[in-house]
Ligand binder design. Structure first.
Ligand code: BES
Ligand code: MN
Ligand code: MN
Length: 466
């Protein structure tokens, strides 16, 4: 057994316990009720970084939640790997759908994870994933095998749009200078089919408000004569997609990159069992834009989804009411060349134009982010391929994922860095859902792969740059 694998195996229990301590901190960035906990998570991360052998670790305050920065510089001339991750998590609601409390991690076996998975909010997204990097560093420093410089930037606002990180990156280009940025905040196909993410979608997120009469009305006295904002909102939303499930907003597809058939064929070669996919979700059929496969619909095509819709009476029993207002939260996932701000404008214009005179419409943009595509011919990509090959005994399959990490394109544009999206979660890990979990094996193999990445990167970088 390699010394790296051996070190991880002998420290397995402690590596798991430390992660579980981090998972006990409910660092929900979206809800101000958890403010103290989010700060507590940042302090925990800083102290664990210090214990892993970094030269220095610091809490960088922002207008929102802090960014934990740390570095270990072994040699000014050696290449530098910047690690990005996030210690904040999504809200755990609805609590009643969790089989065990979201902030009391437990390890249970499942069909997909026969060797156990840690159940807790944030276990896969992203605490269990960025924590692997801290343990990979500890492994290499303990074995005296670290061969490149490492910088860590772990933020606390990813799940709410990373606004302060954006500013931090623009203002600290020197501090963050590196040769590659390594991110574990995505998934892989399976442990049998390791993959590297080579594309992420962008995002535009908005809230819409439709107002009818100036107060709630008796639905008998007024029903049929006054526009019901919920009925109208539903009609407007329904018209945003046509019979082929294409989005009807004028100009929406203008910049969408069209991929040639050979690239599409390549993507569709990834192992994917459509009937298993349907079975796991308990759906009879998939759904989406005509002319594209499921892999393509998620990976290279944009989409529009209502994330929430509300208004009127939703309490017990029946109340006959014609509501004054209706609301919805709508997101669009974007693909290369689409600009999230432009799409927000196109949506707003179109949505307002859809409204009949009987109602007023307000559109409020939330956050957004650009899509990202990762080049597959960089020293970082080669290093990821080599590390995965060594640990998994199989070559990595490049995949395009549907989720978004808006900061990825900022790293490319502002820091001129190739991002390497080497995540070890699975699609079935239930991130953002009740019973989120992360495989113990994924965690341990991830630590090993990351440790090998650091050393592979030194070789690949030296090869490319002489
Ligand atoms: N880690 C996810 C993104 C992700 C999930 C990428 C699965 C690939 C596969 C990240 O924490 C996330 O949830 N991002 C948000 C966007 C953000 C701006 C709130 C998303 O994708 O909804
Ligand atoms: Mn994440
Ligand atoms: Mn997330």
């Amino acid at each position: 057994m390699s010394s790296v694998r051996n070190f991880i195996a002998s420290n397995k229990d402690r590596f798991l316990e430390e992660l579980m301590d981090l998972l006990r901190i409910p660092s929900v960035s979206a809800d101000p009720a958890f403010k103290q906990d989010v700060h507590r998570a940042a302090d925990f991360v800083k102290s664990q970084l210090e214990k892993s052998g970094v030269d220095k670790a610091e809490i960088c305050s922002t207008e929102g939640y802090p960014i934990v920065y740390a570095e270990k510089i072994i040699d000014e001339d050696a290449p530098t790997v910047l690690i990005y991750g996030h210690y904040d998590v999504q809200p755990a609601d609805p609590y009643e759908l969790w089989d065990s409390p979201p902030f009391e991690p437990v390890i249970k076996n499942t069909n997909i994870h026969p060797e156990g998975a840690i159940f807790a909010r944030g276990s896969a997204d992203d605490k269990g994933q960025f924590y692997m990097h801290i343990k990979a560093l500890e492994t290499l420093t303990s074995l005296n095998q670290l061969s490149c410089n490492v910088k860590f930037m772990i933020e606390g606002e990813e799940e709410v749009g990373s606004e302060n990180l954006d500013r931090f990156v623009r203002a600290n280009k020197d501090k963050l200078k590196a040769d590659v940025v390594l991110i574990s905040d995505t998934s892989m196909i399976s442990l049998e089919h390791p993959s590297v993410t080579v594309g992420l979608r962008g995002l535009t997120y908005l809230q819409v408000e439709v107002t009818g009469p100036n107060r709630d009305l008796h639905s008998g006295t007024y029903g049929g004569a006054v526009a019901n904002p919920i009925n109208i909102l539903c009609k407007m939303i329904a018209s945003l997609q046509d019979a082929d499930n294409r989005i009807t907003i004028p100009g929406f597809y203008d910049k969408v990159e069209a991929y040639d058939q050979s690239y599409r064929d390549e993507l569709n070669k990834a192992p994917f069992d459509e009937s298993d996919y349907r079975k796991k979700l308990d759906i009879k059929s998939t759904w989406g834009e005509k002319g594209y496969t499921t892999i393509e619909r998620v990976g290279i095509r944009p989409t529009l989804d209502v994330n929430g819709i509300w208004g009127g009476y939703i309490g017990e029993g029946a109340k006959t009411v014609l509501p004054s207002k209706a609301f919805a939260k709508i997101s669009m996932r974007l693909v290369p060349q689409q600009d999230h701000k432009e799409i927000a404008r196109l949506f707003e214009q179109h949505f307002i134009s859809l409204a009949p005179e009987s109602v007023k419409v307000k559109v409020t943009p939330h956050h957004g982010g650009e899509p990202a595509v990762v080049p597959t011919d960089s020293p970082g990509y080669f290093a990821a391929e080599a590390a995965i090959e060594e640990v998994f005994g199989k070559s990595a399959i490049p995949t395009r994922e549907g989720g978004s990490i808006p900061i990825t394109s900022l790293f490319q544009q502002e820091l001129n860095l190739d991002p390497i999206l080497m995540g070890f979660g699975l699609d079935t890990d239930a991130i953002h859902s009740p019973n989120e979990h992360y495989g113990v094996k994924n965690y341990l193999m991830g630590i090993e792969t990351i440790a090998l990445f650091f050393n592979q990167f030194k070789q690949q970088f030296t090869k490319a740059n002489g």
